[in-house]
Ligand binder design. Structure first.
Ligand code: ATP
Length: 292
């Protein structure tokens, strides 16, 4: 039985909007944000159970990513083995499709997939609550990926409020420039005066716009508090956002701490046209549809 291979797809995410609402004494920022998981791009996670007893290895299709405990997937496996009191024997392999350090939560999603795979295979020695606590120890965004459904997130990103309606299909195009921005840098670059509570009524307005699939209104209401600071440091992002708007996007916004941009398009035809136009103009960048 233990020569089995466990497999799971680990979704990426975008932040449809992101408000930084405060800073805790431990220096973590609190936020309010609508997290939307994506079926594509997603990473492929495989765990080979035939590894030598006591070992955890991590290999990835991205040679720049660390292996072993340098990789958050390895740390997830190690932490789960301690919490669940199970001797590790796992070779983890990751096919990396989610851009790295790009505001799409790829590492967090990989970690959550490893926790779920190991816990499910062992017959759930950790209940949902302990698994969520274990996830939070690995990172603020990891619990979201244990049950990746569109959700209003608050706290440091660990408190989820599910939507009471199905998110409308939107034609989103991602543009991922080939340079990393870490979450720490994104927050450090934040402009003075950014931290404030979410304007009263804005969440309700946005939820209503989403409920009624009003793309114009959604486009007008969404924002990302981390974007102005990151755009200041990397002016190419402003140029890329303008270019995407010229290519037909109703609205372009950065996701998370960037630098990935997403554009909202009226339909799949205009999205496809913009994709080929932008890819021709920027062959070095990844320009890919985001699928829900
Ligand atoms: P978030 O939006 O949650 O801030 P991100 O998309 O900006 O995440 P990640 O791609 O999750 O950032 O990774 C950030 C850093 O973590 C990278 O610098 C990378 O070297 C390191 N890392 C370790 N393991 C992984 C992994 N499995 N996938 C991606 N990055 C990893």
């Amino acid at each position: 039985m233990d020569d089995e291979l466990l497999y799971m797809s680990a979704p990426g995410k975008i932040n449809l909007f992101l408000k930084v609402t405060g800073k805790r004494p431990d220096n973590y920022h609190t936020l309010e944000s609508l997290f939307v998981p994506l079926s594509s791009p997603a990473d492929d996670i495989a765990i080979d159970l035939a590894a030598a007893p006591g070992t955890i290895t991590v290999g990835s299709s991205d040679i720049m990513l660390p292996g072993g405990m340098g990789n958050i997937a390895g740390r997830a496996a190690e932490l789960w083995s301690k919490r669940a009191c199970v001797m590790p024997h796992w070779d983890i392999n990751i096919v990396k499709n989610i851009p790295v350090a790009a505001g799409m939560g790829g590492g967090s999603s990989d970690a959550a997939a490893v926790l779920k795979l190991l816990n499910d295979h062992a017959g759930k020695p950790l209940d949902d609550r302990s698994l969520a606590e274990t996830a939070l120890e690995l990172g603020a965004d990891v619990p979201f990926f244990l049950k990746p459904e569109p959700a209003m997130m608050s706290g440091i990103g660990e408190i989820a409020e599910d939507l009471d309606f199905v998110l409308p299909e939107m034609n989103l195009l991602l543009l991922a420039p080939q340079f990393p921005v870490s979450a720490a840098e994104g927050y450090r670059l934040m402009l003075p005066g950014t931290v404030s509570p979410l304007a009263p009524g804005l969440k309700t307005d946005l939820l209503n716009a989403l409920r009624t699939a009003d793309l114009e209104k959604i486009s007008a209401l969404i924002f990302n508090d981390l974007q102005p600071g990151v755009f200041n440091k990397y002016p190419i992002l402003e140029i890329l956002a303008q270019r995407m708007t010229q290519a037909g996007a109703m609205r372009v916004l950065m996701t998370g701490s960037g630098p990935t941009l997403f554009g909202i398009f009226a339909d799949s035809k205009s999205r496809a046209q913009a994709q080929s136009e932008l890819q021709a103009a920027y062959p070095e960048y990844r320009i890919i549809p985001a699928e829900f």
